[in-house]
Design a protein around this ligand. Structure first.
Ligand code: F6P
Length: 377
């Protein structure tokens, strides 16, 4: 079964944490050591630890007992090789990264992360490193994979929260607005909203009309249901805000000079910080429009915490072990994607810079509408 001479591999986790990261580290590490006879080393805190050469041993003894543990034993950060804050300045640290990769005689580097990590990984691949990535994120928005690990666990947590909020909503005849993570993709809000039977689901992909949302709530009241539960994605926007956002985003894409880029970046950041309180404002608006009292629950980081679900443990183990297998064959520059029951290497070029949002004709959207859920449009 052993197909390789001793290979040296490094592993890091990057971007937001999520349940299943340790299961993936374990999957890669156990297969790499036990089956392929490789040596494995961990880098702390994402690309920053790789740049600073902060390592942690990942021998078989370190890989035991972590399957069920939340977060990441390696630590993580959102630092990017292309632009990392060092001594108060943003600089390209890829040279230090390459030097450390060589110092450890690595044959491959495994980067476990979401959309941003795939981009960073491609950057390092283009600098000549052998990279294999795994897709993780509770947002489920990594392109070219059926699903990312972390999503199923977060889906369960958000669904349970909606279940629990139902009883308090109907006891007090209130509108309960549940904010669910997902700035650019609404998979989590949509999945949990459907599974939890939310009456209204608002997604970044479908700009909403607050009048239509209010009318859906009033209709329920007329039918004798004097409460409503709303599952609202962090990034859900009114039609007006969505138009502003699109314009700000386009200006950023089209900016040619440094000054134009800075101005556009600032405008976008300003819009985003204003939008941060959107769920609270929406709840207040709905109170005014319907006469029902409202309450907001922001689920936040609870959705990313704790032990991974069985589905995520299984997915992370499948992807992790497939990753070790690919490295043993010398297949680099790919993300290990989930494709049905199988896994598949996808070139990083096809993943980086892309985002898997909810298609408007997705069967979940159709089902939500068919059970009478308002999507605010
Ligand atoms: O990508 C995962 C995610 O939890 C998003 O749902 C959320 O918008 C974002 O990360 C929060 O980022 P941070 O951990 O940097 O606050």
């Amino acid at each position: 079964m052993t197909r390789s001479a001793t290979k040296y591999i490094g592993i890091l986790t990057s971007g937001g944490d999520c349940p299943g990261l340790n299961a993936a580290i374990r999957g890669v590490g156990k297969a790499a050591h036990g089956i392929f006879g490789m040596q494995v080393i961990g880098f702390r805190d994402g690309f920053r630890g790789l740049m600073e050469n902060r390592t942690t041993p990942l021998g078989l003894e370190n890989l035991s007992g972590i399957l069920t543990v939340g977060g990441t034993i390696l630590g993580t950060s959102r630092d990017k090789p292309r632009r990392m804050l060092v001594g108060g300045k943003e600089i390209d640290v890829s040279e230090s990264i390459i030097a450390n990769y060589q110092k450890h005689h690595l044959d491959a580097l495994v980067c476990i992360g979401g959309g941003g990590t795939q981009k960073n990984a491609l950057y390092l691949k283009e600098k000549g490193l052998n990279i294999v990535t795994l897709p993780k994120t509770i947002d489920n928005d990594v392109a070219m994979t059926d699903v990312s690990f972390g999503y199923d666990t977060a889906l369960g947590i958000a669904t349970e929260a909606i279940d629990r909020l139902h009883s308090t909503a109907h006891s007090h005849y209130r509108i309960v607005v549940v904010e669910i993570m997902g700035h650019r993709a609404g998979w989590l809000a949509l999945g949990a909203g459907i599974a939890g039977g939310a009456d209204v689901i608002l997604l970044p992909e479908i700009p909403y009309d607050v009048e239509k949302v209010a009318e859906a709530i009033r209709q329920r009241s007329r039918a004798g249901k004097h409460f409503s539960v709303l599952a609202v994605a962090e990034g859900a926007m009114s039609i007006r805000d969505a138009a502003h956002f699109r314009a700000a985003d386009e200006s950023k894409q089209e900016a040619r000079t440094k000054l134009e880029r800075k101005k556009a970046k600032n405008a976008l950041q300003e819009f985003q910080s204003r939008h941060a309180g959107n769920t609270l404002r929406l709840a207040k608006q709905l109170e005014g429009l319907t006469g029902l009292e409202s309450r907001v629950t922001i689920l936040g980081y609870v959705q990313r915490g704790g032990s991974p679900s069985a589905v995520d443990r299984l997915l992370a183990t499948r992807l992790g072990t497939a990753c070790a297998d690919l490295i043993s064959e010398g297949a680099y520059g790919v993300m290990v994607a989930a494709r049905g029951e199988k896994t598949e290497p996808v070139p990083l070029e096809k993943v980086a810079g892309k985002r898997k949002t909810v298609p408007l004709d997705h069967p979940w959207i159709t089902s939500a509408r068919l059970v009478g859920t308002s999507l605010g449009d």
